[in-house]
Each structure stands twice: as C-alpha cells, then as structure tokens.
Ligand binder design. Structure first.
Ligand code: GTQ
Ligand code: FE2
Length: 354
C-alpha cells in the first residue's frame, strides 16, 4: 500500500481487509484516492527542489574545459545545465525552471533553430557576441537581459577575441508539463538578417510604437534590455524612494504593450541592495533563480547560507523563506514562474515573519 498521502482518518488496521478490493480495482486501472489525497493536495508547497548555490569561480573552469572537448557545431548549444540537488538528472534548477551557462568562443556559431519553449539570456561575461532573433541581431554585453520569444528562429555568434558566457533560462518544463513542445532546425547555420540592429528597440523601446504596430505575441517586442539602462533606472529609483523591506530596490522587466511581465512564462527582475541593507524574511510560491551582477553578500535560504560573489547563481525554491544581506552594493537579476502563477491565480507570498 502506498502510504504517502494516506488520509489520516483511514483506519490502518482495517486496511488489510480491503487489500483484495485494492487489487481488483488496480487491475481496472483504478486506485483509491484516500491513499494519496494528502500527497496530491498538500497543506503547503512541498517542492522537491532545494535551496542551492553555484559559485562562478568554481563553475567557470568546467565551462572552459567544455570548450576543449566539444564545439558548438557538434553540441548545437554548448551549455552546462544546473541541476537542483533535489531533482538530479532532470535538468531542473527549480521544479518548473531550467538554467544553464552557455559559452561560445570567438568565430563560433551556434546554429539556427526554433522551438515553442522561450528563452532568456542574462549576459555574464564577454563582448561583441550577438544573438539573432527573428532576423534581427543584437550585440550582448554583461548585465543585458536578452529574450528569445517562443517559436522565433535564433542563432548566436561571437565576433570578439574572447569567450562569451551567458545564463540561459528556459520554460521548457512548463511547455512539457502541458505536452506542447515543438522544435525545428533551420536549413543552414544562420537565419538571414532581415532588419537592422536596433529595429525592435527603435519601434517599441521608447514609450512609443508605430501607429499601426501589430504585435500578437504576449512576449515583449523589445528583445534586449541593456544593463546600462537598467542600472540607471535602479540608481534613480534608489534616490527617489525608500527600499522595499523584503526586496530592496527591485524593478521588473515589462512588456510596454501591456504593462505585464516581459515574458509570459519567465518573470524577470533586477534588484539593487545598497551596502549594509538586509532584507526582511520573504517567501513566495514562485521558485526563483538569482544571479549576482555586482557585489558581495550573504543570502539565507531555508537552512542554506549563501556567501555570494559576482556571477554566482543561487536558487530559492517555492515557499522557502529567505533573506539577503548586502556586504557591498549588490545588484541581483532574478527569474521565476511568478507570471504564470499570477495568470492562474496561484501566486502567494508572505512578507516578514507573520
Ligand atoms: O541557445 O537556443 O540552454 O535552445 C537550451 C536550449 C539554449 C539556445 C539552452 C536552447 C538554447
Ligand atoms: Fe534555442
């Protein structure tokens, strides 16, 4: 008998006498709900995902080693995937999210393909590398947040003389939960460029759109949110108002067409915690991936203490309480499934210790 989720009022002594019934219904492809109910409908979130931390200084040598053993051509994408220690072998950094570090060397091309899954790129190191999305290139710089919307052709290239590394965040686990995945390779290494660089930002990045602008996707039409602009916005906000007790100065990336999250499945934000700031305890149902853009500090996530440095990655699973303390000015990029949860009326949060 399966005891996980057994309803507490079930009389265990009486269960032996029911064994024959359970066997007969099993043969019919049926099972008693009272054996599993409280495992299916839990009192609070019970993520298998655990708090986790990867130090960039420890990860980076393996990225470099990956470059020696495989090309982008052979691998399609040279990515080392972060596996949550509670979900080994599943390519999940939280229950619903994928995270990996992608590296591309000078002169390499990551060949064009498209898929229903959406991707975000958060640039870690390097310069003069581009991603081309739906026929438009954008050059990427550290701290930029770059988007590959669902079903858009994309390839990546590195025109510099050094390696380029970014964090990939994808929603394929959400897509796959719903069995909605499609993918295809482009016939040819790169998709043709059909628009000059900067077109998307010119069209939609300045609080204006062409009067006949036609955009049906729920993903923002802007596909590079440059760090220069984000950092300036945070800096200005920090002079205008008090920090949020749980989040510091935190701003979300939005789709200017509807004011919602920039991507429907991946909720992204950037936080500035001034030196010495310590957040109040916070938890929410959206498991969250953090990467450190600037500064050092200490996060406590459940029982895990995370002493973080630039480019580290750490994870707060659903409903794990966390605090963050800034040793120097700290800037953190985050992504989560909060946008999905909000749309489905699932999102809950708890601020402070109440
Ligand atoms: O760069 O297109 O990490 O399609 C996983 C799937 C990166 C990409 C990933 C992808 C890509
Ligand atoms: Fe892709």
């Amino acid at each position: 008998m399966q005891h996980d989720g057994l309803v507490e009022t079930v009389n265990r002594a009486a269960e032996a006498g029911r064994a024959g019934f359970y066997e007969r219904i099993a043969a019919q492809g049926m099972a008693p709900l009272w054996h599993v109910l409280h495992g299916l409908v839990t009192e609070t979130p019970k993520p298998a995902a655990r708090p986790a931390h990867w130090r960039y200084a420890e990860v980076r040598p393996y990225l470099m080693e990956a470059c020696e053993i495989i090309s982008t051509e052979e691998s399609e994408r040279r990515v080392l995937v972060f596996e949550n220690p509670g979900l080994p072998g599943q390519s999940r950094v939280t229950t619903s999210l994928f995270a990996g570090l992608q590296i591309i060397l000078p002169g390499e091309i990551a060949p064009a393909h498209r898929h229903v899954a959406s991707a975000l790129r958060f640039i870690i190191e390097g310069k003069d590398a581009y991603t081309a999305v739906a026929g438009e290139r954008t050059m990427m710089e550290p701290g930029d947040f770059v988007i590959t919307p669902s079903w858009t052709w994309h390839d990546h290239g590195n025109l510099s003389d050094g390696p380029m590394v970014w964090l990939d965040g994808l929603d394929m686990h959400i897509v796959n939960l719903l069995s909605a995945s499609f993918r295809e390779g482009y016939p040819g290494r790169t998709h043709p460029i059909t628009r000059p660089e900067g077109s998307a930002t010119a069209e939609a990045g300045h609080g204006l759109v062409p009067i006949d602008f036609d955009h049906t996707s729920q993903t923002t039409p802007i596909f590079n949110y440059p760090y220069r602009v984000t950092r300036e916005a945070l800096d200005r906000m920090s002079r205008l108002r008090a920090p949020d007790a749980c989040h510091g100065f935190k701003m979300k990336y939005i789709n200017p067409l509807n004011g919602g999250w920039a991507m429907p499945t991946l909720a992204t934000a950037m936080a500035l915690l001034p030196k010495g700031f310590k957040t109040e305890p916070y938890r929410c149902t959206a498991g969250t991936v953090f990467t450190v853009v600037e500064g050092q500090g200490r996060a406590r996530i459940g029982d895990l203490v995370v002493d973080f440095a630039p480019h580290d990655i750490f994870v707060a699973p659903s409903w794990a309480p966390y605090t963050i303390e800034a040793t120097s000015d700290v800037v953190l990029f985050t992504y989560s499934d909060q946008g999905v949860q909000e749309k489905l009326d699932l999102f809950r949060e708890q601020r402070g210790n109440d």
